[in-house]
Write a protein that binds this ligand. Structure first.
Ligand SMILES: Nc1nc2c(ncn2[C@@H]2O[C@H](COP(=O)(O)OP(=O)(O)OP(=O)(O)O)[C@@H](O)[C@H]2O)c(=O)[nH]1
Ligand SMILES: [Mg+2]
Length: 410
């Protein structure tokens, strides 16, 4: 009997020893800290506000740099009964939307010059070709005039440009292609009024953020431009709050929230169908509380009639100005709308104190001359130009760089 117990006791002893070893090996090391959650930069820098007012950062529609967080290996089997459960590795915290660092704004127009290729055919190839003819007779000048008008330069500006070119080519006599390029560069640049102030009115004024209202007709690119301008401002070191005062469409606020989350800008929004002026007011309030230097307000683009528009924009402005004056009103215009867009633009300049134009979709037109026509017709500087649908495809407008891009490479 005793002899039979010995192997049993040996087996039990071995099992106990194995259990003890397993326990010691798998015990968590003292001092190992649980994984900490990284603070999310940007979005949570500001103070918390009621969720009804501020959107949670919207998830990236198409995350470009966030890698999927799905585990690649299968989950470990549950521990056997009686075995000490090994410490479970915490699943990685859900990736916060990565805050992007937008491209610097200096040099954007140069980088995007190829987007003006359609206009380059008219100005660079077309005009330079015409002007290099041996005999610049009346017919040739008529052609120069037609091509400028067809590029939306406008009649008045075209007449002036052609008169100057005629005079200068006559004085010049023989013309080399580099003479002509210089001539055309100078006249087109002059027509763009290079001395106009095109800076955006941003930064803290009297202890309050600057307020920029963004207005324009349906589909001109207001919301997209607000998002892109926020990136321009962030790239230049500013801090921004966005106000989604287009309460007409729920999707508009979503669209803006997505743009905001990408650069860590808070987005203030209201209920669908709510009062746009109240949203604009709250956005400025939030901007003051959060200590940002610029508040950008997107508005709805319905142009039912002038009175309705005047009422709505007037109310937004009045209500916002309870905090302090609006610093800038940017009118967003679609370059492809041509002369038609100009008459709509006039309505806005009559109802709002427009201080700058954002000319979008220049990449989709051969009529780059619209920049000249817009400034002439409205007497307001083009401050930014849209050259594509990408997030950094909005460039500060620079007449010299623009003309160089229009004329293309030598
Ligand atoms: N190619 C090109 N497309 C642009 C540019 N700017 C805006 N868009 C496009 O124009 C379309 C309309 O833009 P939105 O920003 O929604 O226009 P909106 O003025 O806010 O429109 P509503 O809110 O309906 O009044 C979108 O598909 C944009 O991607 C640009 O510079 N180039
Ligand atoms: Mg919009």
């Amino acid at each position: 009997m005793k002899d039979a117990l010995v192997p049993v006791l040996v087996v039990i002893g071995l099992l106990l020893l194995a259990g003890l070893t397993l326990f010691l090996v798998r015990r968590p090391r003292r001092g190992a800290l649980p994984p900490t959650e990284q603070p999310r930069p940007g979005i949570e820098r500001g103070e918390q506000v009621p969720p009804s007012v501020i959107t949670a950062p919207a998830p990236e529609k198409a995350p470009e740099r966030v890698t999927p967080t799905k585990p690649a290996v299968p989950a470990p089997a549950p521990p056997a009964a009686g075995e000490t459960a090994p410490p479970v590795e915490a699943p990685p915290a859900p990736a916060a939307p990565e805050i992007e660092q937008p491209e610097p704004t200096a040099g954007r127009l140069v980088r995007l010059r190829a987007r003006l290729s359609r206009s380059q055919n008219v100005f660079g190839k077309g005009l330079l070709g015409l002007l290099s003819r041996d005999h610049l007779d009346d017919d040739a000048w008529d052609e120069v005039e037609e091509s400028l008008i067809s590029a939306d330069v406008g009649v008045q500006a075209t007449t002036e440009i052609v008169a100057k070119l005629r005079e200068r080519t006559r004085v010049l006599g023989t013309r080399t292609s580099s003479d002509l390029r210089t001539l055309l560069t100078e006249e087109l640049t002059e027509a763009l009024d290079p001395k106009l102030d095109r800076s955006l009115h941003t930064g803290v004024v009297d202890g309050r953020p600057s307020v920029i209202l963004v207005v324009g007709v349906n589909g001109a690119g207001k919301t997209t431009s607000c998002g892109k301008i926020a990136r321009v401002l962030v790239a230049d070191g500013h801090t921004v709050v966005l106000g989604a005062a287009d309460t007409f469409r729920a999707a508009a606020a979503e669209q803006l929230a997505t743009w905001g989350s990408r650069v860590g800008a808070q987005v203030v929004r209201g209920p669908e169908g709510g009062d746009p002026a109240a949203v604009a007011f709250d956005a400025v309030k939030k901007g003051i509380e959060a200590g940002v230097d610029t508040v950008l307000i997107d508005t709805a683009g319905r142009l039912q009639n002038k009175v309705g528009l005047m009422d709505e924009l007037g109310k937004i402005k009045r209500v916002v100005e309870k905090h302090g004056p609006v610093s800038e009103t940017l009118l967003v215009l679609d370059a492809t709308a041509g002369q038609n867009g100009l008459s709509q633009a006039r309505v806005f300049t009559e109802v709002a104190d427009v201080t700058g134009v954002v000319l979008t979709k220049l990449d989709g037109t051969a009529k780059g001359g619209i920049v000249i026509a817009v400034q002439r017709a409205l007497g307001i500087p083009v401050k930014l130009v849209g050259l594509g649908e990408g997030p950094d495809d909005l460039a500060p407008f620079d007449p010299q760089q623009f003309v160089a891009a229009l004329l293309g490479d030598e």
